[in-house]
Design a protein around this ligand. Structure first.
Ligand SMILES: Nc1nc2c(ncn2[C@@H]2O[C@H](COP(=O)(O)OP(=O)(O)OP(=O)(O)O)[C@@H](O)[C@H]2O)c(=O)[nH]1
Ligand SMILES: [Mg+2]
Length: 334
């Protein structure tokens, strides 16, 4: 089921490798009864590193395997031999993954770009061999230091989709239809509420050469009291927290229980209660399904919104009316 395949939160346990211990040893050569100290240093433990990959879209893999331990550095050896350092353990994650220390809640950083890396835990440094500790008064030091120990800990990963525009609207308003009209995305569309159960993104290209691309994110519909968990709740709003602008899609179907103005007011209130800064983003309001309205009804609705100093774009995903215009406006807004 689609709901399960999109994972946007998960916890993993990580532990970088310990450093190898420094070695205590003495040179032994023929005819040299007492050689100097020659204990080598320990190698470095492997680090745990997150790396952005544009080919990953979900944290699903990290629900299957949760423990990630890098290898320890090797101890130093005789004859100044440095122990071998362990390889780093690299975790490929989707762009938009945010890391937090699960125990303290402290943010550890986020991955935004392809190939970007973030060290989640540095491998332990190797200890020093006794070769470093000879002094004029002590030519045979027995001292060497242990490698640094690394304690493992739990890390919370959260995936926030990176999009330019977020679509907000009641269930059944036509958000997914709109996304499929102007982008390559093929979201599920259905004439019932809550067709969309997880966020979906699509890319709109105005020009062939990629110079003007727009990433649009479709999220599940919101209803009144979504902030109290009604419907699918507002938890998906965090996926549009980092968008540059919002497009509200209102259901213009005259049979719909809530009028477009009521929808707008409810959506505004729900966004406000989730994160007031969302309402400060540039936004456009589109009235969809205008193919179901006559001229008189349209004028009445425009007047209602104009009284609130709001302008609405009239669109119909079914007969493509107003689609080109709103698409150009969206590209211009970011
Ligand atoms: N008449 C008409 N119907 C439309 C239009 N756009 C979408 N619809 C229909 O409205 C219904 C809901 O469309 P969706 O795109 O699934 O709506 P949604 O906003 O994504 O809904 P949720 O995912 O449930 O939040 C479908 O039956 C669409 O065919 C339109 O412009 N005119
Ligand atoms: Mg939908």
């Amino acid at each position: 089921m689609t709901k399960k395949t999109f994972i946007d939160f998960c916890n993993i346990f990580i532990k970088a490798g310990d450093g190898g211990d420094g070695h205590t040893g003495f040179r032994r050569e023929k005819y040299v009864p007492k050689g100097g100290p020659d204990g080598g240093d320990g190698g470095r433990g492997g680090s745990i590193i997150a790396k952005g990959s544009e080919h990953e879209f979900s944290l699903l893999d990290y629900t299957q395997r949760k423990h990630f331990r890098a290898k320890n550095g090797q101890p130093g050896g005789r004859r100044q031999k440095t122990g071998r350092s362990a390889d780093d353990l690299v975790l490929c994650v989707p762009l938009g993954t945010v890391f937090r220390n699960k125990e303290t809640g402290r943010p550890m950083g986020e991955i935004i770009e392809n190939d970007q890396t973030l060290v989640l835990q540095e491998g332990g440094k190797g200890g020093l061999g006794n070769q470093h500790f000879a002094t004029s008064t002590n030519q045979t030091p027995r001292k060497s230091t242990p490698g640094e120990i690394r304690e493992g800990f739990w890390v919370q990963m959260e995936l926030k989709l990176l999009a330019d525009i977020g679509l907000v609207g009641f269930p059944n308003a036509g958000k997914s239809t709109f996304l499929s009209t102007i982008t390559n995305a093929k979201p599920k569309i259905g004439n019932y509420a809550f067709t969309t159960l997880h966020p979906c993104i699509g890319v709109s290209r105005l020009k062939q050469d990629d110079s003007d691309t727009l990433i649009i994110s479709d999220i599940p519909g919101l209803i009144e009291d979504a902030h109290k968990g009604v419907g699918l709740g507002i938890q998906f709003l965090r996926h549009i927290q980092r968008t540059q602008a919002l497009l509200f899609i209102l259901n213009g179907d005259p049979e719909h229980v809530e009028s477009p103005l009521t929808q707008w007011k409810t959506l505004q209130a729900e966004l406000q209660s989730f994160d007031p800064t969302l309402m400060q983003k540039p936004m456009l309001i589109a009235l969809n399904k205008t193919d179901l309205l006559d001229q008189e009804q349209i004028q009445k609705l425009q007047k209602d919104f104009a009284e609130k100093n709001l302008s609405i774009a009239l669109i119909s995903c079914h007969n493509k009316q107003g689609i080109h215009e709103i698409r150009e406006k969206l590209h211009a807004i970011v």
